[in-house]
Design a protein around this ligand. Structure first.
Ligand code: ATP
Length: 889
């Protein structure tokens, strides 16, 4: 992208705007005045989006598809003369609604917490000096200092604009950025995509145009995310099967000559047994739990879905500065044609050890002063220590100039009062026109072609740049010329005929724990590529330092990437790839090409133009500390500390959440098998074997045992070995879940429960071949079957905590929610079994000694079968081939 309109964009007339500068207006409010206005008018917050009242949200839980199904069941039960059944089904509807409502509120609270953790910082000028504020503190009259990447925090009138382009799509739907000049208005919620501006705030909070639009949109609808859609599909599928099986039992009962009421009871029993009413809210809660855990690890998710997608990530494309490195820049070498300076003190403190030849002092001062004038970022003293304000690289240049005892404040302020042709990642340079001089700074390969000078001179600069880059330094060239009579108004006009002043070599040390995090990725089967706008030599050196690439691996360059997406995907599809000098479009293509190869791609980005790539990737990751608002808006995740290791922590928690969802799915589905078995036995025996469980008992099981333990499983702490395995597949109901629920745990519970049923008959004197006794014996047998399922499910809760490890290996108490949840479920079951009034309603009686013994065996059986299966699979795995990390076969 260029600022001189050579790509058909509207051309902002930065120079004319610059001439209309009103210096008084740009000094801003005094701190006292701003404080008084904030008290008078209130914070700059949008009115909260419309939320239905609690009563309406609760009511919504009573009328969704499953609830309607259950209402219909209750009505049919009433008509069929089964009032106690109807009352029980209504109780289930109400209990589920209360449960879903409570879970929804918790998830909402988690989302609110995340918003709270992500304030938007804005630059304003108060008392004539720049300040950074939380956007809520902005008041009318404040002077906003806007630059590319910023989200406009309030409606404001432009005082001075430097090639300002604003993306207004959030307000107007207009997809092309529009140019705004001095006197024009920028609106809250829009984004600066190019250029710079000073603007005086005219309206804040609920008086902004954005607030007006929000008010006129009466209902904010939530768009379902892919995971939610998949879940709805799964749940709807199971619901349909439940109804179909219910109808089949009704027909079978009629065919066996049973009364209609009996048919209804059977149909209702199986339908209610199978309908997974509480599944959706439990999943939402598990995702919210994952999001909360991630927030504690400095990873903010912007949609709950991202939690799960991050867990399935197979390829991470990371940038370099700030993510792999600390983003704490220091000019360690400054090169001029007449001599170089060497600086060994890191940080932004102007006091430093400086080695420079006196003969080069004037040239070095010109280099430093020009570099600082062509920068917005600067070093500032904050609570006794020097730190970067704005772009750390520019702050490092400012520091370098201060280290040469130069005054940088005044010249920089004057430069930005004049025309600035902002940095953009295509041109990889920027320039200012100030005090009769043009100054440009940028990547040497884009600045040197704009310079005059002989071949030998150019060769010397290029050689110096190559030498600095090879040491892993970020290199900037600074060049300038006299502006002449008429100041240039477009970048192409300004940036020509320049003289090279010199090169700045900036060091940005790698973060300490990046090597360990990269190692963890490799073990987890996640490939990592470095995708950077920096020079190939710098990128290669840093990638080698952090252990991303082997010293001899080739480094790809954006301009040389194959045009064909399939070829591009094949080229990049291995661990440790480094691509340098990429443009935002290259990033977009890289994300697309890797996705086309079946990868789940996470891509980091911080720049104004990174939005499309962040959206294209399965997981767009923006930087919270240093990134632009534009990138944050487009991202699914924000790294509060910009740190690569946090991505890895996020992947681990994403996997943990996904695995937790599978855990309680396995748990739910096993219970369904045990609940369905009595009906299957009844049907297969042609109605001769009585039903071991009635509808009310099934409802009691669903409510009493399943819900709380499922929630507890959704908050299972991440297993230690989660990052030692290949990524989880994107499917919730995979072969593993189905095998364990329908092939192993469910059948075990079902068999023991039926054994408890038959054993009670045998103990009462019944012998095979005889007709089954009814009355007290049947109620006692049914009570035995009931408590066998309860005990089996309690054991199942512990078995489902891991698909590979037995509860003893995990520690019985390491999920602190599960024990109280199981205890609560068990107590509930005992009440409805042992208290005669409740037991009578459910049609059961307390088991005898034999019944208790067999029921107790359900726990042992479930844990035993689970342990045997896990041991068998471990043996098979240890004999099988080890899956290599991608690209490291
Ligand atoms: P990284 O992966 O290290 O974060 P990036 O992809 O964000 O890098 P850019 O910020 O687009 O890279 O920078 C690309 C090149 O543009 C840099 O190597 C540098 O030479 C030049 N550059 C970066 N920032 C500025 C700036 N503020 N002024 C002038 N030139 C700059």
């Amino acid at each position: 992208m260029t600022v001189d309109g050579d790509q058909g964009r509207p051309r902002p007339s930065g120079a004319l705007d610059a001439r209309t500068v009103d210096h008084t207006a740009r000094a801003g409010l005094s701190t006292d005045e701003a404080r008084a206005r904030l008290v008078a008018v209130g914070p700059n917050e949008l009115p909260r989006p419309y939320r239905p009242s609690a009563a309406r949200r609760f009511a919504a839980q009573l009328v969704h598809a499953f609830a309607l199904l259950l209402w219909a069941a209750a009505a049919l039960g009433w008509l069929a003369g089964l009032p106690q059944l109807s009352v029980a089904v209504v109780a289930v509807i109400l209990a589920n609604a209360a449960f879903s409502f409570a879970q929804g509120r918790r998830a909402d609270r988690a989302a609110e917490l995340l918003n709270f953790l992500l304030p938007t910082w804005v630059s304003v000028r108060r008392d004539g000096v720049p300040r950074r504020l939380d956007a809520v503190e902005v008041v009318v009259g404040d002077v906003l200092v806007l630059e590319a990447g910023d989200r406009v925090p309030a409606d404001a009138r432009i005082v001075v604009a430097g090639a300002l382009l604003v993306d207004t799509s959030t307000l107007t739907g207009e997809s092309l950025p529009t140019s705004v000049e001095a006197g024009g208005i920028v609106f809250a919620g829009t984004f600066v995509v190019e250029g710079t501006a000073d603007a005086v705030v005219t309206a804040t909070g609920s008086r902004t145009r954005l607030a007006g639009i929000a008010r006129s949109t009466s209902l904010v609808t939530d768009h379902p995310t892919p995971l939610t859609r998949e879940l709805h599909r799964v749940v709807r599928g199971i619901g349909l099967i439940a109804v179909a099986v219910g109808i089949a039992f009704f027909v079978l009962s009629a065919a066996l000559g049973q009364p209609v009421a009996r048919g209804f009871e059977l149909a209702l029993g199986v339908t209610v047994a199978l309908v997974p009413e509480a599944l959706l809210p439990t999943v939402t809660l598990a995702l919210a739990w994952g999001a909360e855990q991630m927030a504690h690890r400095n990873v903010l998710v912007r949609s709950l879905d991202a939690v799960e997608t991050l867990g399935s990530t197979t390829f991470v494309c990371t940038d370099k500065t700030g993510t792999l490195t600390r983003n704490e820049m220091t000019v360690v070498e400054a090169w001029t044609p007449v001599g170089s300076a060497h600086i060994s003190t890191p940080g932004y403190d102007p006091r430093a050890d400086l080695v420079l030849p006196q003969v080069a002092r004037a040239a070095l001062e010109r280099l430093a002063q020009s570099g600082a004038r062509c920068s917005r970022g600067y070093a500032e003293l904050h609570e006794g220590s020097w730190r970067a304000h704005g772009d750390p690289m520019e702050a490092a240049i400012d520091t370098f100039a201060r280290r040469l005892d130069l005054d940088t404040d005044g010249p920089r302020a004057r430069a930005f009062a004049d025309v600035a042709f902002a940095f953009d990642p295509h041109r990889r340079r920027m320039s200012v026109v100030a005090d009769g001089e043009v100054i440009a700074k940028g990547a040497p390969d884009t600045v040197l072609p704009l310079c005059t000078g002989g071949a030998a001179e150019r060769a010397a600069v290029a050689a110096a740049a190559a030498e600095l880059s090879a040491r892993g330094l970020r290199v900037l060239a600074v060049a300038g010329r006299s502006a002449g009579g008429v100041p240039p108004t477009v970048a192409a006009q300004a940036e020509q005929g320049l003289t090279v002043y010199g090169l700045l070599g900036l060091q940005d040390p790698p973060r300490e724990d990046v090597a360990a995090a990269l190692d963890a990725c490799r073990r987890a089967g996640v490939a990592v590529a470095m995708i950077t706008g920096d020079h190939p030599a710098t990128a290669a050196a840093v990638a080698t330092q952090v252990g991303l690439r082997q010293a001899d691996d080739p480094v790809l360059v954006g301009a040389d990437l194959p045009a064909d997406d399939a070829a591009l995907g094949a080229l990049l599809d291995h661990d440790g790839v480094v691509v340098a000098r990429v443009s935002p479009e290259d990033k977009l293509r890289i994300a697309r090409a890797l996705r086309a190869r079946g990868h789940v791609v996470a891509m980091t980005g911080d720049g104004v133009n990174d939005g499309p790539a962040l959206r294209e990737a399965d997981i767009g990751i923006a930087m919270g500390a240093s990134g632009t608002d534009v990138a944050r808006e487009a991202a699914d995740l924000v790294l509060l500390d910009d740190h690569f290791a946090s991505v890895v922590a996020g992947i681990e928690l994403g996997r943990a959440t996904f695995v937790n969802i599978r855990r309680f799915l396995t748990y739910h589905l096993s219970d369904n098998v045990a609940e369905l078995a009595p009906f299957a036995v009844w049907g297969l025996s042609g109605g001769n074997i009585p039903l071991a469980l009635g509808v009310l008992q099934i409802l009691a099981l669903d409510l009493g045992t399943d819900t709380l333990s499922a929630v507890a499983l959704g908050a299972e702490p991440p297993a230690k070995h989660l990052l030692e395995r290949p990524p989880v597949s994107g499917r919730l109901l995979d072969r593993g879940v189905l095998r364990r629920a329908f092939g192993l745990l469910g059948p075990t519970e079902a068999i023991v429960s039926m054994l408890a049923f038959f054993a009670t008959f045998l103990a009462a004197g019944w012998r095979p071949g005889e007709a089954f006794p009814g009355g007290v014996t049947l109620a006692t047998a049914s009570g035995s079957a009931f408590i066998a399922v309860v005990i089996g499910q309690a054991a199942n809760g512990f078995a489902c905590r891991s698909a590979t490890q037995v509860p003893a290996a995990l520690g019985w108490t390491t999920n602190r929610l599960l024990i109280p949840a199981s205890a609560a479920g068990f107590t509930f079951s005992l009440v409805v079994l042992l208290v005669p009034a409740f037991a009578a309603v459910l049609g059961q009686r307390p088991p005898g000694v034999v019944g208790w013994l067999v029921a107790g065996f359900a726990g042992v059986a479930v844990l035993g079968v689970d342990a045997a299966d896990k041991a068998w699979r471990r043996r098979r795995r240890s004999r099988g081939p080890v899956r290599p990390a991608p690209g490291r076969a």
